[in-house]
Design a protein around this ligand. Structure first.
Ligand code: NAP
Length: 284
C-alpha cells in the first residue's frame, strides 16, 4: 500500500542502527520524510545525511535517551511540533543483559530494571499519546510497535525483556481495537532473530533476517495484518515453535538448564572471536 497516504512524516525511535535504521531507510525509500530519534547526535547526523543523499527525503533528528524516563518527552514533543506525522514506529528497545541470564545475574540490577522499563515500555505509550491526537483529527495514521517473539510467549532467562515485550503486544492490540474506527492502524510486529547490534550482528541466514530485509517485508504487511512476525521466515518459525516447544517444555527446569549451558558455550566462543578480532586489528 502507498504509505504516503498516512501523512508526510514518519517518526522512528531507536533509528540509528538495526531494525530502526532499516525502517527509517525503507520509509524514506517509499517517499516519506523521516524524524530520527536516538541517543547519539553523531550517529543521528550520519543516518540523516545517508537518508537525504540516498532517498532525497527531508529528515529531522531528535536526541533523546529513553532510559531517562518521563523527563525527555517535552523536548521530543517540541521537536515534532508542526509536522504532519502519518507514521510512528516505536522501535527503541534494549535487552536486560547481553546474553541469557537469570533475573539477578546482571551487574547493577537496580539501575538496569529502571532503564529497561523506561526504554522498552514507557517510550511506547508516551510517544503514542504525542502523535495520536493529530492522527485522529486527520482521520488516518499508522503506529507500528516493535515487540518480539519473546513477547509472544514467556521466555525464561530473558524474564524482564520478555515481560516488557508482552506489554508492547497487549498495548498495541488494545489500541488497535480502540482507534481502528477512527482511521488509525496499530500494528504489532514480533520478530525472531534479526541481525543487529542487539544480536551481535550475527550472520543473516534463513532463520536470522537482515535488518533491511526484515523492514522491507514487514512494511509490506501494513494494511493486511495488525499483528505479524514481520516476515515469512519468522512466521514459519513461530508456527514450528508453537508445535515443537509447548509452554510446559519451554518453562521446564530441564530446558532452562540446557539453555544456560548452550549460552555459556556461545558466550565463550563469541568472546574468543571478539578478542581475536581486536588482536588482528591491532596487528594491522
Ligand atoms: N534484533 C532482534 O533479533 C530483535 C528481535 C525481536 C525484537 N527486537 C526488537 O527490535 C527493536 C530494535 O532492536 P535492534 O536489534 O535493531 O537493536 P539495536 O541494533 O541495538 O538498535 C537499537 C537502536 O535504538 C537506539 N537506542 C538504544 N538504546 C537507546 C536509548 N536508551 N535511547 C535512545 N535510543 C536508544 C540505538 O542507538 P545507539 O546506536 O546509540 O545505541 C539504536 O539506534 C527493539 O525493540 C528490540 O527489542 C529485536
Amino acid at each position: 500500500m502507498d504509505l504516503r497516504t498516512y501523512g508526510q512524516w514518519a517518526v522512528v525511535t531507536g533509528a540509528t542502527s538495526g531494525i530502526g535504521k532499516a525502517y527509517a531507510c525503507e520509509l524514506a525509500s517509499r517517499g516519506l520524510d523521516v524524524v530520527l530519534v536516538s541517543r547519539s547526535d553523531d550517529k543521528l547526523r550520519i543516518v540523516a545525511k545517508e537518508i537525504e543523499h540516498q532517498y532525497g527525503r527531508k529528515t529531522r533528528t531528535i536526541r533523546a535517551d529513553f532510559t531517562d524516563g518521563h523527563s525527555i518527552y517535552p523536548a521530543i514533543a517540541e521537536g515534532l511540533q508542526g509536522l504532519e506525522i502519518g507514521i510512528l514506529v516505536n522501535n527503541v528497545g534494549m535487552s536486560y543483559f547481553d546474553h541469557f541470564a537469570c533475573f539477578l545475574d546482571v551487574p547493577d540490577p537496580e539501575r538496569k530494571i529502571t532503564e529497561v522499563i523506561n526504554c522498552n515500555m514507557l517510550s511506547v505509550p508516551q510517544m503514542t499519546r504525542m502523535v495520536l491526537p493529530d492522527m485522529i483529527k486527520r482521520g488516518k495514521g499508522l503506529i507500528i510497535n516493535i515487540s518480539s517473539e519473546a513477547g509472544v510467549r514467556p521466555q525464561p532467562l530473558l524474564s524482564l525483556y520478555s515481560a516488557t515485550k508482552i506489554f508492547v503486544t497487549y498495548f498495541s492490540q488494545c489500541l488497535n481495537a480502540e482507534y481502528k474506527g477512527k482511521g488509525i492502524n496499530v500494528q504489532c510486529v514480533a520478530p525472531f532473530m534479526v541481525s543487529s547490534n542487539m544480536t551481535h550482528n550475527m550472520k543473516a541466514n534463513c532463520f536470522v533476517k537482515s535488518a533491511s530485509g526484515f523492514a522491507r517485508e514487514a512494511l509490506n504487511t501494513v494494511g493486511h495484518s495488525s499483528y505479524t512476525s514481520g516476515c515469512l521466515s519468522h512466521a514459519l518459525q513461530n508456527v514450528a515453535l508453537t508445535v515443537l516447544l509447548p509452554d510446559w517444555l519451554r518453562m521446564s527446569q530441564f530446558l532452562v538448564r540446557k539453555l544456560q549451558r548452550l549460552d555459556e558455550v556461545i558466550t565463550v566462543k563469541r568472546r574468543a572471536s571478539e578478542e581475536e578480532k581486536k588482536l588482528r586489528e591491532k596487528e594491522e
